[in-house]
Design a binder for this molecule. Structure first.
Ligand code: NIG
Ligand code: FE
Length: 445
């Protein structure tokens, strides 16, 4: 392939690329306890390759040495691993207060359902969020976001759902918008007004769904504050009929839907999401075969949230073997929130997905790249290293993808590249690439 490079192009030279491109098949042979094992891996590995970046996209991937070298910047990564940027496809990152004392109660034997029934749980964060100023919320959220960015997250979903009235849902989504404008990260905002019944509608949840359908959803959609609609379909959330009304309203406006479903019980929420060709079903510990069959027909992504499973000390695992059998794509995410998953580390969550749910490290990587991209409606532009995809990737001080979820507690990220923009781990702010490279003389061109 002959390409003409411009002086603003960047070549990431001499890399081991885990492209996550399903079209690139790798075979491997290993010797385990005397048995030789041959298999396939799904990382889409390309050894000794160059990644060529133009503006905010990947222009080409070429074997090292085959790209022209004049007139552009070259960064030799010395055979380090490059992966797509991580995608965290389910978070509740913007909220006021915290629920550490509630956690302490839970450790003293009180259940999540009991805490919710006493006005604790989601509603205590609703109070704290309503009582926080926009500035307080933004400062708190920025700190959480910094932690995720520092570990290589380049796309993140953020939900409303702690305002539960028009003013406060709008306040939350305006902060999401401000974070998107101020940070080198792509944010996919979701309306989760149907997260819990707010105290003022305690005796009439249907009337609250009316408010969401007639006012909150259409008003905030008009202001372009979100791109998908979510719901907590559960005994402590909203029933199937209420969920159906919400989805019908979203469908009339052509808005994609997704759902917190089958987390604590099975209400059949997954089948309903599938009926609306939803983007994802999330949690799904109690999902059954009927639901899985529906997902496999609709192409909906199963989002696994091992942080909440761990933090709530659940024992029922999601039906991983059946999801595999039906070929349902599995994503994994932090579910970052103050009540059930206060973990601002997607690498930790990848590790948990393997240890607790039995995912393979390849599945964990797919879960934060191609499948997470699909859960956010971005399968054609994000989550892979391939020509035409966004130049969102991470250069790791590591050789193999498994290293990134194996050893936690220190950060192996060397460079994080977002839409072609380079950030070095020593500098969490936007970085002029040239300043860094001149200072450290890594650029050899
Ligand atoms: O994804 N399940 C519902 N929503 C959140 C919990 C939110 C909260 O407890 O504040 C979740 O786990
Ligand atoms: Fe959640």
């Amino acid at each position: 392939m002959s390409i003409e490079l411009r002086d603003t192009d960047v070549i990431w030279r001499n890399a081991k690329l885990a492209t996550m491109n399903p079209a690139i098949k790798n075979t491997y042979s290993a010797n385990v306890n005397g048995d030789s094992i041959d298999g396939l891996n799904n990382y889409g590995i390309l050894e000794q390759h160059d990644l060529v970046v133009r503006d905010e996209k990947i222009l080409a991937i070429l074997p090292t040495g085959s790209a022209p070298t004049n007139q552009c910047k070259i960064i030799d990564v010395e055979q380090r691993l490059i992966t797509p940027g991580l995608i965290d496809c389910h978070t509740h990152l913007v909220f006021g207060g915290n629920r550490a004392s509630e956690w302490e109660q839970r450790l003293n034997g009180v259940s999540y359902e009991e805490i919710s029934a006493k006005g604790g749980g989601i509603n205590s964060t609703v109070n704290a969020t309503r009582n926080s100023s926009a500035q307080q919320l933004e400062i708190a959220s920025q700190k959480r976001l910094n932690a995720l960015i520092a570990e290589g997250v380049t796309t993140i979903e953020m939900k409303s759902g702690y305002g539960l009235d028009l003013i406060n849902e709008e306040k939350q989504l305006n902060i999401v918008r401000a974070l998107a404008q101020k940070n080198p990260i792509e944010i996919s905002p979701t309306l989760l007004s149907a997260h819990a019944v707010p105290p003022e509608y305690k005796h009439d949840p249907d009337a609250y769904i009316d408010l969401v359908c007639d006012s909150i959803l259409p008003t905030l959609w008009q202001k372009q504050l979100f791109e998908a609609v979510d719901v907590f379909c559960e005994t402590v959330g909203f029933n199937l009929n209420q969920t159906k009304r919400l989805f019908a309203t979203a469908k009339r406006l052509n808005i994609p839907v997704k759902g917190h479903v089958e987390q604590l019980s099975n209400l059949g929420g997954s089948e309903l999401v599938a009926e609306y060709q939803g983007l994802s079903v999330d949690h799904i510990e109690h999902l059954d075969e009927k639901g899985i069959e529906a997902l496999s027909r609709s192409g909906t992504v199963a989002v696994l949230l091992p942080g909440a499973f761990y933090f709530l000390r659940e024992t029922k695992r999601p039906p991983i073997a059946l999801l595999r059998q039906y070929g349902v794509p599995m994503a994994i995410s932090t579910d970052f929130n103050p009540g059930t998953s206060p973990f601002a580390s997607l690498r930790l969550i990848m590790n948990m997905a393997c240890v607790q749910f039995g995912l393979t490290p390849e599945e964990a990587w797919q879960g934060v790249t191609i499948h997470a991209a699909r859960a956010l409606g971005r399968a054609d532009s994000h989550g892979q290293l391939a020509a035409g995809f966004m130049a969102d990737f991470v250069v790791w001080d590591a050789q193999n993808p498994v290293d990134i979820l194996y050893e936690l507690g220190h950060n192996p990220l060397v460079y994080r590249v977002y839409h072609g923009e380079i950030m070095h781990r020593d500098n969490l702010n936007r970085l002029s690439e040239l300043n860094y490279l001149n200072e450290h003389s890594i650029c050899d061109n």
